[in-house]
Design a protein around this ligand. Structure first.
Ligand code: NAD
Length: 296
């Protein structure tokens, strides 16, 4: 449904996630202008009649700025005090930073922008490309409650489960907790399947049995069959999973909490990458288990 709005959005980063998200904003009635560093991306958007610009200055004059970029250094570059978009943003602009990056960097960027009366939310997402296309992402938001309330209509165009997580940086902290559980659930599924296989058990039957009981998980339901069929197709890639586990480890170092499960699963995913499986979907951790248990 088209929103009755005159609000404009500058969208930075039209990749696997950003592109479907910005398309949902356009179909909801928002006026969206896009900047992406890759001109191949912006040329394709222009062909689809989506407005693009070729520098950060040209995108700064919007009511909202949304960014969906790969990693912390990319976001720090875009929101750099001296060379980034900051110098061009007008007071009252709301920045919604939706990439998965370090919570401490989010806090740093948010505090810097607030000095110039620019409002900031850290709002990473969960739900993958499918969730982005279907506009049912989970969005975990940190920042001022008032800024969150002003941004809700926009967030609702991209997601279904919009959670106010708390103060600045708390969206990213929630996302890291999410990623620890995603990875350890996959790891425990691969481990259970490895034992069952070693005993000659029926993996399909095991999966159907576990789905009905206390061991069920989103990973078992959605990725279990891919593991059994040895399908390593990319959804959420091993490389991205490792990036998120690295961010979670950095956060654990910052507060000094011991998270042994995180250390273990990070090490297993590093093995996958060492075998050049970084572009595979994160369920392909089963290959590491096949190697460790000498099974096919
Ligand atoms: P992607 O690599 O597909 O897209 C990133 C886009 O940003 C690219 O088009 C790239 O050209 C552009 N870009 C890079 N640096 C830029 C810069 N300095 N200025 C402007 N544009 C720039 O990545 P993605 O899969 O869309 O992921 C984006 C973020 O969302 C990541 O932080 C990722 O961890 C997170 N995320 C991804 C998924 C997923 O399933 N892919 C799910 C949840 C969260």
């Amino acid at each position: 449904m088209k929103a009755k709005t005159h609000l404009s959005i500058g969208f930075i980063g039209a990749g696997s996630m950003g592109l479907p998200m910005l398309k949902n904003l356009i179909s909801s009635g928002y006026s969206v202008t896009v900047y992406d560093i890759n001109t191949g991306v912006t040329n394709r958007l222009e062909k689809d009649k989506i407005r693009t610009v070729n520098n950060l200055r040209a995108i700064a004059n919007n009511d909202f700025i949304i960014s969906m970029l790969p990693d912390t250094p990319d976001v720090l570059g875009v929101f750099n005090r001296e060379t980034g978009i900051n110098q061009f943003l007008k007071p009252g602009t709301i920045v919604i930073e939706m990439s998965t990056i370090s919570s401490s960097s989010s806090i740093e960027i948010g505090k810097e922008l607030q000095k110039s009366q620019i409002e900031f939310l850290d709002a990473p997402v969960s739900g993958g490309v499918k969730g982005a296309i279907e506009a049912n992402l989970s969005i975990m938001v940190g920042g001022k409650k008032d800024t969150f309330n002003k941004s809700l209509n926009i967030l609702n165009c991209m997601g279904k489960n919009i959670i106010y997580a708390g103060k600045l940086g708390m969206g990213q902290t929630f996302k890291m907790c999410n990623q620890i559980m995603v990875a350890t659930h996959i790891q425990s599924m691969c481990e259970a399947f490895a034992l069952c296989k070693s005993k000659g058990g029926d993996l399909k039957l095991l999966k159907d049995t576990l789905v009905g009981g206390a061991a069920n998980s989103w990973m078992l339901e959605n990725l279990g069959d891919l593991v059994i069929d040895k399908n390593d197709k990319a959804g959420f890639r091993i490389d991205l999973q490792l990036k998120d586990l690295r961010l979670a480890s950095e956060a654990a170092f910052e507060t000094g909490v011991s998270l042994p499960g995180l250390a273990l699963v990070q090490s297993l995913y590093l093995q996958s990458r060492a075998y050049k499986e970084g572009k595979n979907g994160n369920q392909s951790l089963f290959k590491t288990y096949d190697r460790m248990t000498n099974q096919k």
